[in-house]
Design a protein around this ligand. Structure first.
Ligand code: UDP
Length: 239
């Protein structure tokens, strides 16, 4: 189709748990495949796509440290978990004929490219999906912050946060039937009301660089593509 997408370059952030399917842990390849198909449909529109995938389906630093592990070590384990998720996504996308690069913030040269900004930009220009792994490479951060950081560095026009619900609500829509979805909400309100868009440092970094965050449902088939075609329900977090 010849419709112009609303954004030409975006970053898609998904949590590790999105890859879990109905299992309580780890990676479910058919679920990864489904998400890869959503990504492909947007890639087919000519949109340049970056991805950041969390690691919470495998390991979270905070959980490890709560059980007595040294925090930074636990965080590095969390970052390594994101590399596994990135490789799974790479495999699924390439199976669909979409060329990709996994770029790791922690050097792992046999498995992924190191992060070199100009090189990553070049991959995007060549229409490769660039999957950023290992978060920011630093403990005490999250992949939400990594997503915002990379979206800034790659000059993405928006951060797409794929979740289980179709936006940001004033209260949990799975618990309260009278929960109201915001069409648009400011970064400051999202922060002040702790609306659970992303963690606070990620929202602040998006705000300070005026990077809109689109919160949408990844469970809705065709939803990601729909938004880029100017349709669908979502919440836009903006100034
Ligand atoms: N992590 C980190 N620095 C980063 C990104 C991630 O230390 O820049 C670690 C942190 O321990 C985190 C884990 O990796 O708990 C997995 O990432 P995250 O919790 O963001 O995954 P998600 O909740 O999105 O699945």
């Amino acid at each position: 189709d010849d419709q112009q997408p609303t954004y030409r370059r975006v970053l898609l952030k998904i949590s590790g748990e999105a890859l879990m399917g109905d299992a309580g842990y780890g990676l479910n390849p058919p679920t990864v495949q489904k998400i890869a198909e959503e990504v492909k449909s947007v890639h087919d529109m000519g949109v340049e796509i970056c991805m950041v995938i969390g690691g919470g389906n495998i390991f979270r630093g905070l959980a490890g440290s709560a059980q007595g592990m040294e925090r930074t070590t636990a965080d590095y384990m969390g970052m390594l978990a994101t590399v596994m998720n990135a490789l799974a996504m790479q495999s699924a996308l390439e199976g669909l004929g979409v060329f990709t690069r996994v770029i790791s913030a922690i050097r792992m040269d046999e498995v992924a490219e190191p992060y070199i900004r100009r090189r990553a930009v070049r991959h995007l220009e060549k229409k490769r999906v660039v999957i950023f792994a290992a978060g920011t490479g630093n403990p005490y951060f999250t992949t939400d912050t990594a997503a915002t950081l990379r979206a800034n560095e790659m000059a993405c026009e928006a951060i797409f946060k794929g979740t289980k619900v179709d936006g940001v609500y004033d209260k949990d829509p799975k618990k309260y039937s009278d929960a109201v979805r915001y069409d648009e909400v400011s970064y400051d309100e999202a922060l002040a009301k702790r609306l659970g868009v992303m963690d606070a440092s990620a929202i602040a970094l998006a705000r300070d660089n005026n990077k809109p965050i689109i919160v949408f449902s990844l469970d809705e088939p065709g939803g990601f593509k729909g938004i880029l075609a100017g349709e669908g329900t979502y919440t836009k977090v903006t100034n």
